[in-house]
Design a binder for this molecule. Structure first.
Ligand code: 3Y8
Ligand code: NAP
Length: 263
């Protein structure tokens, strides 16, 4: 397979074999870029959703079996570059990827979008994690849009006095054990008009969400600003101390330089 060249520099060689940890808008954008370069790349999903978005590169679905399972996968598949494009709250996967890359010496980079920051007209209150978010809801009943997905929703039963508007990607097998809730089943990316309409229809008086960053989940923040609603913002977990890229172009440049460095 010929070595591809652009602007006179060798780009990553055709012998590269990339594992892309996915589940985000950025991962899908990178997969499209890699498919356009005819590189060997596999996008990996955890298997959290019923029908994950189809990808232009081969995909695999399911956990690896901890750090050791990922180490074994990297070695068995001859992975040369590990690109972690998981969500900022996928803290365990990110920690496992950093550890497995260190153990195997596989070139590794974290592709993550910058955190959101409050702008003009925003009414944000930051909390450090989900537990603090739950504790911060003590008080008289409110109507809260709980845009944190399915995995942690039921923990908010500790503050069962509120009416929660939930949004899940897939319909749950059993209704969530929250005494007062309305469930919407929808997958992002969402729109500002759609989220504004949703918040109005359900007379929402607070938005509670994770600081996911990126564009795919940002509509609700603009909707809250438009409606002058308070936002309870859950800050991100600490990310591993590894090389970081904030967009696809930076990852592609890293791939080329990683190749030039012979890793
Ligand atoms: C399985 C893959 C793409 C990626 C799209 C992004 C945007 C739309 C917005 C709200 C917030 C939330 C949630 C959300 C968004 C993107 C991105 C993002 C938030 C899919 C996907 C998988 C998941 C997993 C899912 C979690 C849940 C979180 C819903 C696919 C659609 C709340 C995070 O039911 C479940 O078990 C869902 C679990 C982890 C968080 C949670 O705790 O429930 N994402 N989301 C991935 C896998 O299996 O590896 O199905 O196609 C991907 C996307 N969801 O390619 O276009 O880039 O972030 N995902 C949050 O940010 O707060 C919704 O409702 O406003
Ligand atoms: P997590 O808590 O950090 O990871 C838990 C375990 O799930 C990991 O140890 C690993 O299992 C498996 N896993 C996670 N991501 C994987 C991937 N991309 N490919 C293969 N296995 C994976 O992860 P999470 O927060 O549940 O997120 C799961 C997926 O949803 C990720 O792809 C993430 O990008 C996406 N997502 C998450 C959020 C969120 O809010 N957390 C939002 C949007 C998208 P093993 O230990 O068995 O290897």
């Amino acid at each position: 397979m010929p070595m591809m060249v652009s602007q006179g520099r060798p780009v990553v060689s055709a012998t590269a074999n990339i594992l892309l940890l996915g589940g985000t808008t950025e991962a899908s954008a990178l997969a499209r870029a890699l498919a356009g370069r005819d590189l060997a790349a596999t996008l990996s999903y955890a298997g959290r959703t019923g029908q994950p978005r189809a990808q232009p590169v081969p995909t695999r679905i399911g956990g690896f079996g901890g750090i050791s399972g990922l180490v074994a996968y990297l070695r068995a598949e001859g992975i040369t570059h590990l690109i972690d494009a998981t969500h900022p709250f996928a803290a365990q996967m990110r920690a496992h990827a950093a550890a497995a890359a260190k153990e195997t010496g596989v070139a590794h980079i974290l592709l993550t979008r910058p955190a959101w920051t409050a702008g003009k007209g925003d009414r944000w209150e930051h909390v450090p994690d989900i537990d603090a978010a739950i504790a911060s809801l003590a008080g008289p009943p409110r109507r809260i849009m709980l845009a944190v997905g399915r995995m942690h929703a039921e923990r908010f039963a500790a503050q069962g006095q509120h009416h929660y508007l939930l949004r899940f990607v897939d319909p749950p097998e059993v209704p969530p054990a929250l005494p007062h809730h309305t469930l919407v089943v929808d997958r992002g990316p969402f729109t500002v008009d759609g989220d504004t309409r949703l918040m109005r229809e359900h007379a929402i008086d607070m938005l509670l969400c994770k600081n996911a960053g990126g564009s795919g989940a940002a509509a609700k923040l603009a909707a809250a600003r438009r409606l002058s609603l308070p936002v309870r913002m859950i800050d991100r977990p600490v990310q591993p101390d590894v090389a970081v890229a904030h967009d696809v172009a930076q990852v592609l440049a890293w791939l080329d330089h990683a190749e030039e460095r012979g890793v």
